[in-house]
Design a protein around this ligand. Structure first.
Ligand code: ZN
Length: 316
């Protein structure tokens, strides 16, 4: 009796092993090699690099100075997607205009939507502006499932990093301790940096700003800024004369002086709004790589906070 129970258990273990071998076979075959990670954006790439260390190769498709909603992905990425073990995406339909065909054409079973190598970072983050009622891309709104610019809150950065670390550990159980240690180290450094950033932003608490696109709600919530209007009438919809007139009226009424513009938007409308309101246009990159010196997740906040402080100091 005892013996057969053991036998059953052993065969269960063997079956589980066979299942794992079938699922992760290609990985075990090249266990010594680095995990090949592709990310949709540079910010996710930076987070993956933090926890993956030298056990991973990371490459991002969108450049940090490109509008992540509208990326003209080069065919060379197809080859890299073919070889990828893990694809990390922002999700919430941010990449809907450019990534799905690349995934399909890669014919890489590991990274197809729903496969173990397809990692949707939005599942780990706090998402703002989730629409109530019917989900729609009516009038071209590019944020139909909530705001996809969620990486601009260090607390979300931490949540995503934890999700990636756990995923990497699943893929390479033998390196689980390494990834856990990398995550702990990142957490410590990020929490320390965040204390500093919050202290730097403290004097500007409640400051009203206008932004071109709705890229900054998570940033604004974390650092206590107040985004009161947008140059775009709706996310993804170019400025219209009527909307611009209304925005200028509102900025004058509420004495708003800083217009934050992501690097990939035309400055014509923001400049004219600034002229009318006596305000200042501040070009602020929302992603790692948006400026040469923004080489990692920490430097993104370092850069943006220092630019914001300058703008607040010179417009008050
Ligand atoms: Zn957007």
């Amino acid at each position: 009796m005892h013996r057969s129970k053991f036998g059953t258990r052993l065969s269960a273990v063997l079956a589980a092993f066979a299942f794992l071998a079938a699922t992760f076979g290609p990985l075990t075959a090249c266990a010594a090699g680095k995990i090949q990670i592709m990310t949709a954006t540079t910010d996710l790439g930076a987070l993956a690099q933090e926890v993956g260390g030298d056990k991973v190769d990371v490459e991002s498709i969108a450049r940090g100075y490109q509008d992540p909603h509208f990326v003209d992905a080069k065919p060379s990425f197809l080859l890299k997607l073919k070889r990828a073990d893990l694809l990390i995406v922002v999700g919430l339909e941010l990449e809907i205009g450019w990534l799905p065909p690349l995934i399909t054409q890669s014919t890489n079973p590991k990274i197809q939507v729903g496969a173990p190598g397809y990692f949707d970072a939005s599942r780990f983050a706090k998402i703002l502006e989730i629409p109530t009622g019917q989900v729609t891309r009516a009038e071209g709104d590019v944020h139909p499932l909530g705001n996809p610019h969620y990486w601009l809150d260090p607390e979300n950065g931490l949540r995503i990093a934890k999700g990636i670390a756990d995923k990497l550990s699943q893929m390479r159980p033998g390196d689980a301790a390494y990834f856990a240690q990398r995550y702990t180290d990142f957490e410590q450094r990020l929490k320390q940096a965040d204390q500093r950033w919050l202290a730097e932003m403290k004097p500007y608490e409640g400051r009203k700003i206008v932004t071109y696109h709705r890229s900054w709600p998570n940033f604004a919530e974390h650092f206590h800024l107040n985004v009161v209007g947008y140059v775009e009438p709706r996310p993804g919809i170019p400025p219209s004369p009527q909307h611009t007139v209304e925005l200028i009226r509102q900025m004058k009424q509420e004495n708003v002086k800083v217009i934050v513009v992501e690097p990939y938007f035309d400055l014509k409308t923001p400049n004219s709004v600034a002229r009318e309101t006596g305000g200042q246009v501040l070009v602020l990159p929302p992603s790692v790589g948006g400026e040469k010196e923004i080489t990692d997740y920490f430097k993104l906040f370092d850069y943006d906070i220092s630019k914001l402080k300058q703008a607040f100091d010179t417009t008050h």
